[in-house]
Design a binder for this molecule. Structure first.
Ligand code: B12
Length: 215
């Protein structure tokens, strides 16, 4: 019976069916299933599948976004019970993320945030048009492992460099790692500005973040 339920959970995420995922999470709670087990034996398998299919070009951006939303809906239902039981999901690391000052492109950044949080990172999303200083202040406040800076304009890319400089000035480096991304950003740019990593997409950002926190 549970095997069917777990399979349905996986499928609901693959289908990007937010309502169905939330409903299945409710069912798991009603059946007394440990919420962490529901996540790891059910929903996570769905998001992993979508990530793999996306990687090989079998699924596309909208599928990835819907899957991440479905995953989030399930986790939102399960979270209170996890807290109550004290079985918190292992937090892989803390990430401060935002689109840099002068830039209001948020779709890619939101996707990176969703995938990181669906994968077990605690994400502090500062939004768009974020002042350089704010990345560093938030990183210090939440003891971030990673700061992620998104930029979609050639004119705002230089802001990624400034964020690294501010982190340096505040003595937060090299403990706090910096990852950068956005359509005009390249690996060589990331190297040039002394970032710790670059990824061209959200799945890559998750792999990169895991590597940087040693997971
Ligand atoms: C949608 C869009 C907009 C929307 C944004 C809506 C929103 N709420 O986000 C609106 C209409 C507001 C907009 C405005 C502008 N835009 Co615009 N916009 C785009 C467009 C078409 C798509 C961007 C997008 O969402 N892509 C989909 C997401 C999923 O991809 P992504 O953002 O690249 O993110 C992925 C990766 O880059 C990576 N990633 C992203 N961030 C991060 C961060 C980290 C840490 C990591 C690891 C990875 C990572 O992972 C993401 C997921 O896979 C692009 C064209 C393009 N092909 O990029 C132009 C584009 C970026 N825009 C452009 C321009 C010029 C502008 C404007 C200046 C236009 C104008 N004259 O007003 C304004 C600027 C406003 C501002 N100050 O920011 C140019 C930039 C040119 C350049 N090289 O500088 C582009 C390239 C269009 C073009 N070909 O001319 N835009």
């Amino acid at each position: 019976m549970s095997a069917d339920l777990f399979e349905s959970m996986k499928q609901s995420v693959i289908d990007g069916d937010e309502e169905r995922s939330a409903e299945l999470a409710q069912q798991a709670l009603a059946q007394g299933i440990d919420p962490l087990v529901a996540i790891n034996a059910g929903f996570v398998l769905g998001i992993n599948h979508v990530g793999e299919q996306f990687g090989v070009g079998e699924m596309f951006l909208p599928d990835l976004m819907l899957a991440a939303e479905a995953m989030k809906a399930a986790v939102a239902v399960l979270e209170p019970e996890m807290k109550r039981r004290g079985t918190q999901r292992e937090v892989l690391g803390r990430v401060v993320l935002g689109t840099v000052k002068g830039d209001i492109h948020e779709i890619g950044k939101n996707l990176v945030a969703m995938m990181l949080s669906a994968s077990g990172f605690e994400v502090h999303d500062l939004g768009v048009d974020v002042p350089f200083q704010k990345f560093a202040e938030k990183a210090r406040e939440v003891k971030a492992d990673i700061v992620g800076v998104s930029a979609l304009l050639t004119t705002t890319m230089t802001g990624q460099k400034t964020v690294i400089e501010v982190l340096d000035d505040m003595g937060l480096r090299p403990q706090v790692k910096v990852i950068v991304g956005g359509a005009p950003v390249t690996r060589s740019w990331a190297q040039e500005i002394g970032a710790d990593g670059y990824s061209e997409d959200a799945m890559g950002a998750v792999a990169l973040a895991k590597k940087l926190v040693g997971k």
